[in-house]
Structure formats: C-alpha cells, structure tokens
Design a binder for this molecule. Sequence first.
Ligand code: NAP
Length: 280
Amino acid sequence: MFVVTGATGNVGRALVRTLYEAGEQVTAVARRITAADAPDGVRTVAADLTDPATLGPALRGARAAFLLVPPVLAPEADAGVMAAVEAAGVGRIVVLTSQSAATRPESPGHGLRVRHFEDQAMASGLGWTVIRPGGFASNAYAWAESVRARREVFAPFADVPLPVVHPDDIAEVGAATLRDPAHDGRTYVLTGPELITPRQMTAALGDALGEELAFTELTRAEARARMLAFMPEAVADGTLDILGEPTADEQKISPDVERVLGRAPHSFATWAGQNAAAFG
Ligand SMILES: NC(=O)c1ccc[n+]([C@@H]2O[C@H](COP(=O)([O-])OP(=O)(O)OC[C@H]3O[C@@H](n4cnc5c(N)ncnc54)[C@H](OP(=O)(O)O)[C@@H]3O)[C@@H](O)[C@H]2O)c1
C-alpha cells in the first residue's frame, strides 16, 4: 500500500489515479478529503502534515509515502512528519519539494522552506527520493475566471519563458519512484519539454478553446496585489522573482522526466487541451 498526501491537489489526484490504475492499494490523504475525492476502492484518510500526530492512521501498513511540503510554514513539524513515518514502519518516502531548493536556497517562501523539509527527509534514516519541479502548467488555472468572463488573460512578465511542467508528469515520476527503491537517494528536477512565455501559453490556451484570447500584461505590483489574495507575502514575492528574473538553471530543460519515465514530458499545449473545460 502507498500513502499519497496532497491527494486532492493537481499532483496528488493524478498520482492516486496512476497508482490505482496500476493495481496498487492506495491511501489518499488531505486535510479535508472525503471518499468522493478518490476512485472507488481507494482508502481516504483526513490528516494534517502540520500536525504529525494525525498521520499515524493513514501511514500504518504502507510500503512508501509520498509527502508534499505543506504550504503553511511549520518547519518545527517537519521532523515530526519523518518521525511519524518511521514510527508507522514505513521504510521509504518520496518528497515533492521545488526546484527553488537549489535555485533560491535563501528565499523564505521558496527554497528556504522546502530545503528544511528536504534536510529532515535526508537525515531521517528512511529511504528517500526528492522530486523538485519547476513551475506547474496548472498555475494557469489562475487565469480561468478572467478567461471565462472576458476571454482575457492578465499576467506579468509576458515574454519571459520558463519550462513549465505538466502535473501528470510529476505524478507519474512520483508513482515510478514510490514503486521502485532503485530511486532511493536520488534527486530529480522536473520541467516541461520547452521554454514557453505567458503570452505563448495564452495562445496555446486559445488554440485549445478554438478562439483567440486577449492578453494584458500586469506590472509586478499589480500581479503581487492579485497573488496576495491567495498566497502568503513571502511566497508571492519569491514567485514573482522566478517569473520575472529566472536564473539560468530555472530556464534549463531537465532530462529527468525522460530519464525516469522513458518518454518526453508533456507540453503546455497538451495540458491546455486536457483542461480547456475549466476555461470554457
Ligand atoms: N505550483 C507550482 O508551480 C509549484 C512549483 C513547485 C512546487 N510546488 C509544490 O507542489 C506541491 C503540490 O502542488 P499541487 O498543485 O498539487 O497542490 P494543490 O493543488 O494546491 O493541492 C494541495 C494539496 O495538499 C493538501 N494539503 C495542503 N495542506 C495540507 C496539510 N497541512 N496537510 C495535509 N494535506 C495538505 C490539499 O488538501 P487540503 O487543503 O484539504 O489539505 C491538497 O490536496 C505543493 O506543495 C506546492 O508547493 C508547486
């Protein structure tokens, strides 16, 4: 049995489905999960990664656990998470962090936070694999409301390209690494197959919808004000740094999806085609 935390999210939902379709037993975990959030036959358990004492019932009997770094800053809970995994007799973990662990190690809302979680995982004595994705294709869901209402995308840094990654690729790498201990001790950086700008993503979304979408570039300050409605200040500032002034490493296309899965990563256009209904 495998435990998947963050099981109602972009990555976790796809990971639960991938494992389930491969015939594995799965326990799906999030704070507010219900049976309706997972396929029939998948056990769902509500638990909170910032309160490690709640994790025990979910973890019991698992071969390996997929852990994401909870967005709420609770570094003191991280060691408790590893201890809960060990106490439940789970030998291996796959940890979903972020590329910023390496590229923005001092950024409070990005690398600093996830590095702490990684450090605890690596020091735990458990078998570990670390997955460090770049920005997700699914961040474009933030555009859904204005596309639905006005057929328009509002975004900063219109012409700065990044190799955004499809969450299904992260999920598939998660499934592969959970199932095979040969990945223990490895760190994988996951990106998409190509550099793409917000303006080009808008065009790809328009192609998926069969109509042209307008694009309005926001200033950094305008984008920040919008982001503060749904993320902490430190995370918004760190994200804007990456979107506006990516480092050379943040613009590199990583070979790791292909290395693990034996196929190229999916493009943003593929994600847009699969998720066009959210923008319809
Ligand atoms: N978006 C990006 O560009 C990007 C880039 C690099 C890394 N990441 C990281 O990748 C991870 C997964 O992203 P995603 O898009 O799949 O996330 P998401 O769609 O925002 O979903 C988050 C999932 O985690 C659960 N969760 C949140 N806090 C929790 C807690 N304290 N305890 C247990 N479960 C909790 C949520 O359910 P409940 O709210 O019900 O608990 C949900 O299932 C995140 O940690 C994110 O920081 C994202």
